[in-house]
Ligand binder design. Structure first.
Ligand SMILES: *Cc1c(COP(=O)(O)O)cnc(C)c1O
Length: 455
């Protein structure tokens, strides 16, 4: 059979509250055209993020009941640690409440004024933690990774020549090398196994520890299996183990590829570093056998890790993106290709070319998509990145709209509905107008700023 079905049945459902277009036009106007201000109940299909928004399986809910809330030495921790090390055999597994807590601990040890930390592309919380420590976060993704039209199979790869140059230039100021798989801030694009190993070799040659931000490790392994020569006949767990084997540790948001609604961890091989990290953990998160989590969360994650490497799941997961991208492409909607792991990215700047970047074409598209269909997406462009530290306003590198898919949450008819909405938008895109920002806070303005339509 050729049809790729959702590889699950639905046992518990959550009704969607239907709204009409006039209702949505009023709701978004009341929110000053900022989609973050909407109540989730006023959204039909919520593609704001894939973080912590997925559905847990019946076995995960059963694991919740198994959770043990002992303060120290809980069996839930042992099940969690064993599930992590079955895939990522690091010596020390330190649970945290989210990925950013693991980052905060890591960079309390590796950050600091004057230091330089290279990666393919640092995720924004990673960058935030590095910069808060006084260090500089440097992005060294390959050039293809910055070109929406490039069909390179591994657009998340690190540019090894640039990494080498960075290590030569900054020498002792580089405390470690990082790599994000998949490259979230770069469109969920994967990193090849060959590139992971090359980054590790380069780091080792310079005597630097190498850490992986592994948030979407299973999606990345699926891309390696499908796209990298010689990997087709290997199992996903084997590929995952190969990815982490050359690393000295990892940070993880379990809200991504562990099927969790909350959770994360920091993994380390070095005993002395692990002692320092645990001391920090006790001060900020909790005792080392629960970190920032309840025992029941640890059990749900242990179960989730055994499900996320399932090939039927990963095939369906990635196929959802490919399917939407193929249909949008056929409608003439410019999308970032090839399909990444967790989201579809629409190039609003080129599709709404009559709206200049300083009038936020991504925001115009995201608002129109909500008004027409009740679909919530996220502008990733000049609203998010346009305000410069000196107060000036510059167009971002790209004006994209991200449709991020929660895991195991929506079905093919939801995908078809989204495609139909883009068909409607294609008819009326010339009539869409830009926005101006009427009010904004000093930092991270996209979450709370207020817009006014320019008509
Ligand atoms: C989500 C994410 C993080 C941060 O994790 P939180 O659980 O949201 O704190 C870090 N890196 C990447 C690549 C992510 O996608």
């Amino acid at each position: 059979m050729k049809t790729i079905i959702e590889p699950f049945r639905i046992k518990s459902v959550e009704p969607i509250r239907m709204t009409t277009r006039p209702e949505r036009e009023a709701l978004i106007r009341d929110c000053h055209y900022n989609l973050f201000a909407l109540d989730a109940d006023d959204v039909l299909i919520d593609l704001l993020t894939d973080s912590g928004t997925g559905a847990m399986s019946s076995e995960q809910w059963a694991a919740i009941m198994r959770g043990d809330e002992s303060y120290a030495g809980s069996p839930s921790f042992h099940r969690f640690r064993d599930a992590v090390t079955a895939l990522m055999p690091f010596r020390h597994i330190i649970p945290t409440h989210q990925g950013r807590a693991a980052e905060a601990i890591l960079f309390s040890m590796f950050g600091g004024k004057g230091r330089v930390i290279p990666s393919n592309t640092h995720f924004d919380t990673t960058r935030g933690n590095i910069e808060a420590s006084g260090a500089q976060a440097v992005d060294l993704v390959i050039d293809e990774g910055k070109d929406p039209a490039s069909e390179h199979p591994f657009k998340g790869n690190m540019n090894i020549d640039k990494l080498e140059a960075c290590l030569n230039e900054h020498g002792d100021a580089v405390p470690c090398v990082m790599l994000t798989i998949t490259n979230n801030a770069g469109g969920g694009q994967p990193v090849s196994l060959e590139n992971i190993q090359a980054v590790a070799r380069t780091a080792r040659a310079h005597g630097k520890p190498f850490f992986i931000d592994g948030c979407r490790f299973a999606e990345n392994a699926w891309f390696i299996k499908c796209r990298e020569p010689g990997q087709q006949d290997r199992s996903i767990p084997d590929i995952v183990r190969d990815c982490f084997a050359p690393a000295d540790g990892m940070t993880m948001s379990a809200k991504k590829d562990a099927f969790g609604n909350i959770g994360g961890w920091l993994a380390l091989n070095d005993d002395t570093l692990a002692d320092t990290a645990r001391a920090h953990l006790i001060r900020t998160e909790g005792f080392p056998t629960y970190g920032g989590l309840a025992g029941r969360d640890l059990d749900a994650l242990a179960q989730g890790l055994s499900e996320i490497v399932d090939e039927d799941y990963l095939r369906y997961r990635i196929r959802t993106n490919e399917y939407i991208i193929e249909r949008l492409d056929a409608l003439g909607v410019p999308v970032v290709k090839p399909a990444g792991g967790h989201a579809v990215f629409v190039d609003a700047r080129s599709w709404l070319s009559h709206i200049p970047p300083t009038e936020y074409p991504g925001q115009a598209l995201a608002v129109a998509l909500y008004e027409i269909a009740g679909v919530r997406s996220c502008e990733i462009g000049t609203v998010m990145f346009g305000r410069q530290p000196d107060g000036s306003e510059q167009p971002a590198a790209m004006d994209l709209v991200r449709l991020a898919f929660p895991r195991r949450t929506y079905t093919q008819s939801h995908a078809d509905y989204i495609i139909e909405a883009f068909g409607e938008l294609a008819e009326m895109r010339d009539s869409l107008t830009g926005y101006r920002i009427a009010w904004e806070p000093k930092l991270m303005r996209h979450f709370t700023c207020r817009f006014e339509p320019l008509s």
